[in-house]
Design a protein around this ligand. Structure first.
Ligand code: HEC
Length: 135
């Protein structure tokens, strides 16, 4: 192979394997995706939500856009993010209840109960209670 061919090919590989993925991924986490920076104590709940709930539910602060189940910003906080700890707690309790019991789970295709263990359920409920309605 001629040296120039080798160099051209090398550049092409670099662009395809490094530059394009870098351009594609560097955006995640910034404001455009809707993922909110949350306090450290809510990070675990946010990550769990993204993995376990986001495929079915839209939630702005988690950056998820699932539309199998209801949009949780609209459902839980139609007038915006909870302003007091008490309000956040009320929403968190509703979420925790849905996580534990499921919603309508005897009917097919509804919200299944017990996706997460009890500790994780609490973390997700606290996260959702605090951030629902953001954005
Ligand atoms: C397989 C899809 C699916 C997954 C995964 C899922 N849900 Fe749901 N969820 C639904 C559906 C569907 C409904 C609406 C059920 C109905 O109205 O009959 C719902 C309803 C809800 C509600 C509303 C309850 C109420 O009080 O009205 C909350 C809150 C909720 N889900 C939270 C979560 C959380 C948190 C997770 C992750 C642990 C999660 N969901 C995972 C499908 C899902």
């Amino acid at each position: 192979m001629k040296k120039s061919t080798f160099i051209t090919f090398g550049l092409l590989v670099f662009v395809l394997a490094v530059v394009i993925p870098w351009l594609a991924f560097r955006g995640s986490g910034d404001a455009n995706t809707g993922v909110e920076a949350v306090p450290a104590n809510l990070k675990q709940g946010q990550a769990l939500f993204q993995t376990n709930c986001g495929t079915c539910h839209t939630l702005y602060a988690a950056g998820t856009d699932g539309n199998y189940g209801p949009d949780l910003d609209e459902l839980l906080a139609p007038s915006g993010q909870a302003e007091t700890p008490e309000a956040a707690k009320g929403v968190a309790e509703r979420v925790l209840n849905a996580e534990k019991e499921g919603v309508d789970s005897s009917a097919p295709g509804r919200m299944p109960p017990g996706i997460l263990n009890p500790e994780q359920q609490k973390e997700v409920a606290e996260f959702v209670g605090t951030v629902a309605g953001a954005g």
